[in-house]
Design a binder for this molecule. Structure first.
Ligand code: ACO
Length: 326
C-alpha cells in the first residue's frame, strides 16, 4: 500500500512590490518601531493590481513541479488553500489546474484561513493513504491586501500577499508525512472574521468585507494552541522535540513564534522564521517558509520537521514530516 505522502517538490511566489513599515507610516497612524517590536515584521509584499490568487498560485506550482520533476498532466489532484480567491466559483484550484495544464487532475479549494495549508496537506495525505490518488499539488495562495481595511492600524500592518506550493507523491514507506493534528473551535467567530459575499444578518455592518480581529485574544490562543498541537503531533509520530531538525510555524508574529519555541523548549535557531520579510501571508505562510528552508539547505534527507499553524475558526493544525523523496 502506497500510504506515505512524500514531499517531492516545493515552490513559492512573492509579488515584486515591497512595502516597508516606513511606507505604511504614510498610510496609517503607525510607526516602524512599533511594528518591528510588537510583530517582528519589517516589510511585506503586495500584489500588483493585475495579480490574483490563482496567478500567484500558478507561479509557485510551476516551481514545485519543476523541483519534483513532474509534468502537470501527471497530477491527480490540485488543492488550493485560500480565503482570497478572485472568484468564489470556479474555485481557485480549477483555475490553477487549467493554467498549469493538469488536465487529468481533480481540483478544489479549502478554507481553514491561516491553517489552510496544514489542513490541505492532511487532506492530500488522506487521498494518498487510501490509494485514491498518487500525485497531488497543494498550494496556499493569498491576497490579503484586498481584504484589509487600510485605515485600521490594528490589522493592516500585519499581513502580506504570496503563494507557496508543494507536490506530494505516494510512497510505500517513509519518508513522508507521519502524523497530523487538526482542530477547530467555532465558538467565538467575532475574534477574527471576514464576512462572506452573502453578508451576515447578525452583523451591524452587513456588507463589511474586510478583516476584523481581537489581536490580544488571538495572540494568547496562538501561543497556547501551537505549542499544544506540536506536542500532540510529535507524540502521534512517536517522536520528541529533540528528534526535530526544524519547526516551521505559521508566520504571524515573531513574538508568538518565540513564545511557542520557549513553551516547547527549543532554541530559536531550530525554529524557521521569515515573518520579517513577508508579514502574515495566511495559508501561504507555511509553504513559503518550507520552501525557503529547503532552498537554504536547512533540511537533509530523513530529517524530521514539524509544521504548525493557527488561524480563524478558530482553527489549528500540526504535522510531522520526514523530509526526502525516498
Ligand atoms: N501601530 C501603532 N500602534 C498600534 C498599532 C500599530 N499598527 N496597532 C495597535 N496599536 C496600539 C494599540 O492601539 C494599543 O494602544 P493603547 O494601549 O493606547 O490602546 C497598543 O498599540 C498596544 O496594543 P496591544 O493590542 O496590546 O498590542 P500587542 O502587543 O497585543 O500586539 C498584535 C498587537 C501585534 C496585533 C498582537 O496582538 C498579535 O500579533 N496578535 C495576533 C494577531 C494574529 O496573529 N492574527 C493572525 C490571524 S490568522 C488568520 O487566520 C487571518
Amino acid at each position: 500500500m502506497l500510504k506515505y505522502a512524500r514531499l517531492t517538490g516545493w515552490g513559492k511566489y512573492l509579488p515584486e512590490n515591497v512595502v516597508t513599515n516606513k511606507d505604511l507610516e504614510e498610510k496609517v497612524n503607525t510607526l516602524d518601531t512599533w511594528i518591528q517590536t510588537r510583530t517582528g515584521i519589517k516589510e511585506r509584499r503586495l500584489a500588483a493590481d493585475d495579480e490574483a490568487a490563482s496567478g500567484m498560485a500558478v507561479k509557485a506550482a510551476q516551481d514545485a513541479l519543476r523541483v519534483a520533476g513532474l509534468r502537470s498532466e501527471q497530477l491527480d489532484l490540485v488543492i488550493v488553500a485560500t480565503v482570497t480567491p478572485e472568484m468564489i466559483f470556479p474555485s481557485c484550484a480549477s483555475l490553477v489546474q487549467h493554467a498549469i495544464g493538469a488536465k487529468n487532475a481533480a481540483a478544489f479549494d479549502l478554507n481553514a484561513a491561516c491553517t489552510g495549508f496544514v489542513y490541505a496537506a492532511a487532506t492530500a495525505s488522506q487521498f494518498i493513504g487510501t490509494g485514491m490518488y498518487k500525485k497531488i499539488l497543494v498550494v496556499g495562495s493569498e491576497v490579503y491586501s484586498r481584504i484589509l481595511d487600510w485605515s485600521d492600524r490594528d490589522t493592516c500592518v500585519l499581513f502580506g500577499d504570496g503563494a507557496g506550493a508543494v507536490v506530494l507523491e505516494a510512497g510505500s514507506k517513509p519518508p513522508g508525512f507521519l502524523s497530523f493534528v487538526l482542530g477547530s473551535n467555532g465558538a467565538r467567530p467575532e475574534l477574527l472574521n471576514l464576512l462572506g459575499l452573502c453578508g451576515n444578518p447578525n452583523d451591524p455592518d452587513k456588507n463589511r468585507h474586510y478583516i476584523t480581529m481581537n489581536g490580544s485574544e488571538i495572540y494568547k490562543f496562538a501561543v497556547r494552541t501551537m505549542a499544544k498541537a506540536s506536542k500532540q503531533v510529535l507524540s502521534k509520530a512517536g517522536l520528541t522535540i529533540d528528534d526535530l531538525k526544524l519547526v516551521i510555524p505559521h508566520q504571524a508574529n515573531k513574538r508568538i513564534i518565540q513564545a511557542v519555541a520557549k513553551s516547547l523548549g527549543v532554541q530559536n535557531d531550530k525554529v524557521f522564521m521569515n515573518v520579517e520579510k513577508y508579514g502574515n501571508t495566511s495559508a501561504a505562510s507555511v509553504p513559503i517558509a518550507l520552501c525557503e528552508a529547503a532552498e537554504e539547505g536547512r533540511l537533509d534527507a530523513n530529517d524530521y520537521v514539524a509544521l504548525v499553524g493557527f488561524g480563524a475558526g478558530l482553527s489549528w493544525g500540526a504535522a510531522v514530516l520526514q523530509w526526502g523523496s525516498g
